[in-house]
Design a protein around this ligand. Structure first.
Ligand code: ZN
Length: 145
């Protein structure tokens, strides 16, 4: 069973992030500045180090893994919605080391940009606000069922 709402495309932004900045915080900041509360984000580039999460479904907590090395952002895909009334970026990343071996997970603060090119696509539509979902313990979208 699925739940969805219809959205329509608004403007698309292409940009880059400054070396040394925090990947998740900068993307969130960008959305706040442009007042984007609904949309999608993608990015490629490289990081100097990363912090990625894995949600342990049993304990219902995120386990974070710090990767203290240079890595390529081979993919970053995410969405933008509202949490506590503010733009919230939920993104997952796949990061490759020098051998092309990949790590992946839930993007967390503490991922340091080396270079990053991003695309943010803003949408118009009913706002999606996150709230605690009892079944999963995650802050999921509140949607009419
Ligand atoms: Zn996630």
């Amino acid at each position: 069973m699925s739940f969805s709402s219809e959205v329509s495309a608004r403007e698309i932004f292409m940009g880059k992030l400054k070396c040394g900045s925090d990947l998740l915080e900068e993307l969130t900041q960008f959305c706040s500045e442009k007042n984007i509360v609904l949309g999608r984000v993608e990015a490629i580039g490289a990081v100097q180090g990363a912090n990625i999460g894995f949600y342990n479904q049993e304990s219902r907590t995120y386990e974070f893994k710090a990767l203290d090395s240079e890595l390529e952002i081979t993919n970053l895909t995410g969405n933008i919605s509202l949490k506590d009334g503010k733009p919230f970026v939920h993104a997952h990343v796949t990061l490759a080391d020098e051998e092309g071996k990949c790590f992946g997970g839930h993007l967390a603060a503490g991922t340091k940009v080396f270079a990053c090119e991003f695309i943010v696509h803003a949408f118009d539509g009913p706002s999606l606000e996150r709230e605690l979902d009892e079944e999963t313990g995650l802050p999921l979208w509140r949607m009419a069922e």
